[in-house]
Design a protein around this ligand. Structure first.
Ligand code: ZN
Length: 269
């Protein structure tokens, strides 16, 4: 943390701000330590808010420092880029779907000035997820969205889909956490799902996928009107997606489709 502050300070031409920034270094470092301790305990909602740091540097000054120095200076740009690039295949860790295009402050910089340039608080994100989270500040443990650096929610399946037997067929998505998860983790996963509007995103994607697969399923149905070939194909796809990522909307979709006799025997049309 102190290296980040030094790099930012060395990029500043404003000597007053540079001095103030170096003065508050211990406070920012202490906030980072507290953040790490609370993150491990899934209790970041308890982090004290901070509108200015030691009465010396305001939230607005920190915001300027972030936007005009941390993000842009050639001394610190590599830090910003490495955070942005830290998600596998550039997939947004919040929705698991869209491409990373920005960096999100898990605790917002407007009210946590002391965490504005703290790497642990900076997460790769797509623009939509960044926007969805903007207005949300958790006041209770169950309201916190999942934090990709601290929370492991993907060792188990929690995302499921339900098939609506309509014409055309449609899928709706919901959260069903494993029973061995504690209540807070279960509620947080629900909050995450709601905050990032994942039900809408996945329903839209899956409607498109259902259109794309129709021609293939019609061919399988022509070869076997019992629907058994279709069932096997859908099971295979569900397993394939689940082997890579347990909570993909595709995995949940194929799992729901493979379980429906109605779908195998013509519901796909
Ligand atoms: Zn996203």
């Amino acid at each position: 943390m102190s290296q980040v502050i030094d790099l930012c300070a060395n990029s500043l031409r404003n000597l007053t701000l540079k001095t103030k920034l170096l003065n508050i270094k211990p406070t920012i470092a202490a906030s980072e330590t507290k953040y790490a301790a609370l993150g491990i305990k899934a209790s970041l909602y308890l982090h004290p808010t901070c509108k200015d740091i030691n009465g010396q540097v305001s939230a607005d000054e920190m915001k300027d420092l972030y936007q005009n120095t941390f993000v842009k200076s050639n001394k610190t740009r590599h830090l910003y880029d490495s955070i942005k690039k830290s998600s596998p295949n550039d997939i947004c860790p919040f929705c698991g779907q869209r491409t990373v295009s920005t960096v999100d402050h898990y605790l917002p910089k407007s009210i946590y000035a002391d965490l504005t340039i703290t790497p642990l608080n900076l997460l790769p994100s797509c623009a939509d997820c960044n926007f969805s989270k903007r207005a949300v500040t958790a006041l209770a443990p169950q309201d916190q969205t999942l934090h990709p650096y601290f929370d492991d929610a993907d060792s188990d399946q929690w995302l499921f889909a339900k098939l609506e037997e309509t014409t055309p067929a449609a899928l709706t998505f919901f959260v069903r956490c494993p029973a061995h998860w504690d209540q807070i983790k279960q509620s947080r996963t629900e909050s995450h799902f709601k905050t990032f509007k994942l039900a809408q995103l996945y329903a839209s994607n899956s409607a498109n996928e259902l259109n794309n697969m129709r021609f293939h399923l019609q061919k399988l149905f022509a070869a076997d009107v019992s629907g058994q070939l279709i069932k096997l194909h859908l099971e295979d796809m569900a397993e394939t997606y689940a082997a890579n990522y347990k909570n993909s909307w595709q995995g949940a979709s194929y799992e729901a489709l493979s379980a429906s006799n109605w779908f195998h025997t013509g519901g796909f049309n």
